[in-house]
Design a protein around this ligand. Structure first.
Ligand SMILES: NC(=O)c1ccc[n+]([C@@H]2O[C@H](COP(=O)([O-])OP(=O)(O)OC[C@H]3O[C@@H](n4cnc5c(N)ncnc54)[C@H](O)[C@@H]3O)[C@@H](O)[C@H]2O)c1
Length: 323
């Protein structure tokens, strides 16, 4: 499956940090035909990552997304290695997926820069940290890029490839080619902006959602209902700018003229959000956040979400087959 000449330079992939994101990223590369090593802080975490991959792959084969043989072959391409110097020795591409902490990431990237062969490309899966702020630590800013996979990385097609000031064009091209070869849809982000494209859009929506609740316009539950039952359903087929074209850019322009000045422009999180955090209502892990989370509900929602995402992957597979 690893086909063209750009990709031939990439055969072995190391994923550093095999948590929620790292194990799905490793699985995706293995299914795409690459030799994958997963690295983490201890054996137990690595074993958990492999168990997660086994579960995902058996769901993939139950759903007919892959054959049982392909799933087995992908598992056979995955190695676990807690020893970073050994894991980094022969590798062509590293995806760093450790905690979202700039200093921590700089430390990991510095070590990788020292341990990996000079040819190796380094990529960070940060959710939105600056690529330029991390690049100097690698000692190879020309071969460093952000590759932002979305959660769950084995089910969401998009990967944002973020160009730093010193990223070489060949690094971007290779990353894009490799991502395409594993069935991903890469989008190159041309400037180093915090949050890239996706999280900037997501947080613009989040800020307005908070303001609506803060100002008593509706409840938190109502915000979620409005999104899920309206434009949320359309967004999988037509993006916000396509929707403007479909409905008429002139209409969107008139609405923008009166609505933009009225939209929330807070530069700090809203008071009720801060109070929620101070009360310890940090979401599913404690059973309460913007809403209550009785036992089992979050898992039910995650399962429903994954089933929907799998359905979309099947639609994508079908349309690729028909092209
Ligand atoms: N969770 C999401 O929805 C999401 C989405 C996109 C991107 N990201 C980004 O992906 C990265 C990982 O997030 P996650 O949600 O998988 O976190 P996580 O906590 O589930 O996993 C992080 C893993 O990194 C390991 N780790 C930490 N330091 C390490 C080191 N020095 N060497 C090796 N392993 C180390 C941890 O043990 C852990 O297993 C973060 O930068 C995050 O912002 C997360």
């Amino acid at each position: 499956m690893v086909v063209n000449s750009i990709q031939k330079s990439i055969q072995k992939v190391l994923v550093v940090g095999s948590g929620l994101m790292g194990h799905g990223i490793g699985q995706t590369f293995a299914l795409g035909g690459y030799q994958v090593t997963l690295n983490d802080l201890d054996e137990e975490r690595l074993q958990r990552a492999l168990d997660g991959i086994r579960r995902n792959l058996s769901l993939f084969s139950e759903e007919g997304l892959v054959t049982p043989g392909d799933a087995e072959a992908a598992l056979g391409r995955i190695k676990l290695d807690v020893d970073l110097p050994r894991a980094a020795r022969e590798v062509d591409l590293v995806v760093e997926a450790t905690f979202e902490d700039l200093e921590g990431k700089r430390g990991v990237l510095r070590r990788l820069g020292e341990l990996c062969p000079p040819r190796t490309l380094l990529a960070s899966n940060t959710s939105g940290l600056s690529v330029n702020a991390m690049a100097p630590a690698t000692g190879r800013a020309d071969r460093f890029v952000v590759a932002h996979f979305w959660n769950p990385p084995h089910l969401i097609p998009l990967v944002e490839v973020v160009r730093g000031d010193n990223t070489a064009e060949s690094t971007i091209q290779t990353m894009v080619a490799v991502l395409r070869s594993i069935g991903k849809v890469p989008v190159v982000v041309q400037k180093d902006v915090l949050g890239f494209v996706g999280n900037r859009l997501q947080y613009a929506l989040f800020r307005e959602a908070l303001a609506l609740v803060q100002n008593g316009v509706c409840t938190a539950e109502d915000v979620d209902t409005v999104v899920k039952m309206s434009f949320g359903r359309r967004l999988t087929t037509a993006g916000p700018l396509e929707t403007a074209d479909i409905n008429g850019t002139d209409l969107f322009y008139s609405i923008s003229q009166y609505l933009f000045p009225d939209l929330d422009a807070s530069r700090v999180p809203h008071p009720f959000f801060k109070q929620l955090i101070e009360k310890g209502y940090v979401g599913v892990k404690v059973g309460k956040g913007f809403r209550d989370w009785p036992g089992g509900l979050a898992d039910e929602i995650r399962q429903r979400r994954d089933r929907e995402l799998i359905r979309w992957l099947k639609v994508d597979q079908e349309s690729t087959r028909n092209e």
